[in-house]
Design a protein around this ligand. Structure first.
Ligand code: GLN
Length: 242
């Protein structure tokens, strides 16, 4: 008997304009992890003007400079209803840094330009004069310890409709004063942690894959473990000072 191929369609949102500090690593890692769990993932790259595929299981997008955000903000506004509909329906999504900001209500740049977001996450961001750069460690009730790298000048504040991804143990996070990082509404996660996020934190990949599998196939039985490469990467990221 030919074994059934359980497909998962991953939308990589704006890889041309929003792809910085290794954000592509998140897509590669998600694909590997999905394969390790026995799925057949395919990646559909969606740049401005491209249609979304008919069926979407996971949406993932990265960060970029303010100029790249300006280029994609208009396109994102044009497909806001479609993305809001997918989010409301429980589609798991991970958006990083620049796209995290645009999934909120607005991003006002340091020079005062306002980029309107799609409001899937209840956050607002203002560009600041200082950059928050370095390795970062979070503690999350759901995912345990999360390790990553941040590099942004935007200061993000959470509204009541989103909860943080985690509490900051080391680093800055959403802004230098609130002590929290990221935002979560339903199955949509926004975070400042760039392309090493999924490679170093398989629990987050498993969340995205698990929710997608649950929606499409009615269940998820994880079979991949956490390998030695991931353990080493996590240990070395924590050793390096900010
Ligand atoms: N321009 C935004 C900021 O610095 C996003 C940067 C990024 O995506 N790395 O806050």
């Amino acid at each position: 008997m030919v074994s059934e191929q359980r497909e998962l369609t991953i939308v990589s949102l704006y890889p041309r304009d929003m792809n910085i500090y290794g954000d592509r690593g998140n897509v590669l890692s998600l694909v590997r992890r999905a394969r390790a769990h026995g799925y057949a993932p395919s990646v559909v790259e969606v740049d401005p003007g491209d249609p979304l595929p008919e069926h979407v299981d996971i949406v993932i997008g990265g960060g970029g400079q303010d100029s790249g955000q300006g280029r994609v903000a208009k396109d994102l506004a044009a497909r806001a209803d479609e993305i809001r509909g997918l989010a409301a329906d429980g589609t798991p999504m991970l958006v990083i840094c620049g796209l995290y900001q645009l999934f909120g209500h607005r991003f006002v740049t340091h020079s005062g330009e306002e980029l309107v977001g799609i409001g899937v996450l209840d956050v607002e961001t203002r560009g600041g004069s200082e950059r928050m750069i370095g390795n970062i460690v979070l503690e999350s009730e759901e995912f345990g310890e999360i390790i990553g790298y941040e590099n942004h000048s935007g200061n993000t504040e959470l509204g009541a409709g989103s909860r943080p991804l985690g509490r900051v143990v080391q680093g800055a996070g959403n802004n230098p004063s609130d002590g929290v990082e990221g935002a979560r509404t339903g199955n949509v996660i926004g975070s400042y942690l760039h392309g090493s996020l999924l490679p170093k934190n398989p629990a987050l990949s498993d969340f995205l894959i698990g929710e997608a599998a649950q929606r499409r196939y009615g269940g998820f039985a994880p079979i991949a473990g956490t390998d030695e490469t991931v353990r080493r990467a996590r240990a070395s990221a924590k050793r390096r000072p900010r």
